[in-house]
Ligand binder design. Structure first.
Ligand code: SAM
Ligand code: SF4
Ligand code: SF4
Length: 398
């Protein structure tokens, strides 16, 4: 990603640890609270822009920062074969210790700064976010945030739905606006073969209905389509959710992480997904709701609602990608396919000020050039050649 920024971060952290209060005596200090010396030694740009909280920071491809995804746990009660296969995430796998996780206060602090830089939507994810104890408290802290012009933040959650029937009401009361629930099949045999922990479909459906009844809508249903695993369920899933209040989104199986044995032959292109649905339930394309929407929208010609397809592999949408991700232990990632993140927890626990944190966040975003999906083949060879590993989806948050 941005090695100079990472060096800058480690400088900030170690400066704090080795020379007393951060920047005590350092002069001259620019508007970002950083001495010229520090910028000079580790230049990001020769003339870094001052950080403002106008709600707008754009990257090198002119993409504004709009969405923040926060992974609140690296643990999960499922072992989906495309995400946390048991061979890797088995009994011996070491998950993070509690003190390694960002606290709710740390998460909220980062979120507040991200909101000042333009974030309007926050999505809680994981691992399985409903496994994080006291999640409602975090939701309520985040829901108190406001954009620079006083707007509420859209707070959403992506979940496997296993605990949703129990948690939906308390999450709604805490300020959660919407949920996206992952469900890959309506057939127990197929669903259990995917989640690999014998979890039944009915309990997820129960969670979805409960979320709807408490007002956590619009609810989206994420189905990862993996050829040879659940592609036979594309049309049955479409038929089941057609005419319901739920929006089914069919996602191409992605080469995230290093554990899922991804092969291009297992990707069912969205064009084929649409063609299979269209053959039985005629659909037509609809304009996107807003720039940067990940899913392409289609609606049933008979008025039975809409579906979405997310073509991360066959039709990348990097040009409009406005998402930043914070991992469970506070690393900032500007791409889902990143190999390294910037350690904001070290900064915060090293005692940096909000201004410094704000500067670092703005710089990371301004320096961003990521477009992995657009360059997939070249990037894959580069990763092979350098031996670098991509971050796992369960760690970075989907
Ligand atoms: N545990 C929660 C869940 O399953 O909804 C949240 C985290 S999960 C990593 C977020 C989303 O990523 C889920 O919808 C999941 O299906 C999707 N996902 C995980 N691995 C994927 C892959 N290899 N390709 C496409 N989507 C994937
Ligand atoms: Fe867990 Fe979600 Fe990954 Fe499945 S996709 S293993 S539910 S984190
Ligand atoms: Fe965004 Fe990276 Fe995905 Fe492209 S590959 S859409 S830059 S997260």
């Amino acid at each position: 990603m941005h090695p100079p920024v990472r060096v800058l971060i480690s400088t900030l952290a170690t400066t704090r640890l080795t020379s007393g209060p951060a920047y005590a005596g350092a002069a001259p200090v620019n508007k970002e609270g950083l001495s010229r010396e520090q910028w000079g030694v580790h230049p990001v740009n020769s003339q870094p822009e001052p950080v403002t909280s106008t709600g707008m920071v754009s990257d090198r491809r002119n993409r504004p920062l709009r969405d923040l995804r926060i992974s609140v746990t690296d643990r999960c009660n499922f072992r989906c074969v495309y995400c946390m296969p048991k061979q890797i995430f088995g009994r011996d796998f070491t998950f993070m210790e509690r003190d390694e996780l960002l606290t709710f206060e740390e998460i909220t602090r980062l979120a507040r700064i991200a909101v000042a830089h333009g974030v309007q939507k926050i999505r809680l994810t994981g691992g399985e976010p409903l496994l994080r104890k006291g999640l409602e408290e975090l939701v309520s802290m985040l829901s108190a945030l406001r954009t620079p012009n006083g707007q509420e933040i859209d707070i959403a959650l992506t979940t496997n739905g296993s605990a949703l029937a129990v948690k939906a009401k308390s999450l709604k009361d805490a300020g959660l606006k919407r949920v996206t629930v992952s469900l890959d099949s309506l057939e127990d045999a197929t669903f259990k073969a995917v989640n690999d922990v014998d979890f039944p479909v009915a309990k997820v459906l129960e969670g979805i209905d409960e979320a709807y009844s408490v007002g956590l809508g619009p609810i989206k249903i994420n189905m990862v389509v993996k050829g040879g695993q659940n592609d036979q369920d594309i049309v049955p899933m479409a038929r089941h959710f057609k005419g319901s209040p739920y929006i089914l989104r069919l996602i191409e199986f992605m080469d995230v992480g290093n554990s899922n044995g991804w092969q291009m032959t297992q990707v069912v292109p969205s064009a084929e997904v649409i063609s299979r649905i269209n053959a039985q339930l005629p659909v037509e394309e609809v304009a996107s709701n807003y720039p940067g929407e990940t899913s392409a929208r289609w609606r049933y010609r008979d008025g039975g609602g809409e579906i979405g397809v997310i073509s991360s592999v066959t039709q990348s949408f990097c040009h409009s990608c406005t998402r930043v991700r914070v991992s469970t232990e506070g690393k900032l990632f500007t791409c889902l396919f990143a190999t390294e993140g910037d350690d904001l927890r070290a900064l915060m626990r090293g005692g940096c000020s909000d201004e410094q944190l704000s500067s670092v966040m703005a710089h990371i975003w301004r320096e961003r050039t990521d477009r992995y999906s657009e360059l997939r083949s070249a990037k894959t060879s580069e990763l092979h050649a350098t031996g670098k590993k991509k971050i796992e989806m369960s760690y970075i948050g989907g």
